[in-house]
Design a protein around this ligand. Structure first.
Ligand code: AMP
Length: 145
């Protein structure tokens, strides 16, 4: 079965474009729709042990930060010649949650992320790719970077 809706999770690292190119390639092979997402992790920090930090920063990301992220995501879409693709900048407690919620809400059947191919302790602690894989409602493709 060919994928119908592919979600490219974009950070703004040097590798983002290369991962996006793979996502675009697969979408074009499948005739699938390609959407972009960038997650801004909200700053509702709490500590274990019952202590809670008063929020120093608001839950809702600062408008400037939001606009900067939208611009950066738009730039990636332009460079991939995918300016008409849907682009979401969302705020969530974690990158994983933001990506998975979008995947659930928009019938995504493939999530594309980058993976650093970490091993050992770093793998145990979990990269974004590893985190997304656990609980994903669909397939996840980790592009090795
Ligand atoms: P990391 O584990 O943080 O090195 O990121 C691995 C991959 O997760 C990146 O290549 C992106 O595909 C995705 N990713 C990381 N941070 C974000 C973010 N804030 N929003 C969307 N995707 C992200």
């Amino acid at each position: 079965m060919a994928y119908q809706h592919i979600l490219f999770a974009a950070d703004f690292s040097d590798e983002a474009l290369r991962i996006g190119e793979r996502a675009k390639e697969i979408a074009s092979q499948c005739g699938a729709r390609l959407s972009f997402i960038h997650v801004i992790e909200d700053m509702n920090i709490s500590l274990c042990g019952g202590y809670e930090l008063l929020p120093v920063l608001p839950d809702v990301p600062d408008e400037t930060l939001l606009q900067a992220a939208q611009q950066a995501l738009g730039k990636i879409a332009n460079r991939l010649e995918m300016e008409n693709a849907t682009q979401w900048v969302v705020s969530a407690p974690s990158t994983r949650e933001g990506i998975l919620e979008a995947a659930r809400n928009h019938s995504v059947d493939l999530i594309v992320v980058g993976s650093h191919g970490r091993h050992g302790l770093a793998l145990l602690l979990g990269s974004t790719a590893n985190a997304v894989l656990h609980g994903a409602p669909c397939d996840v493709l980790a592009i090795r970077i």
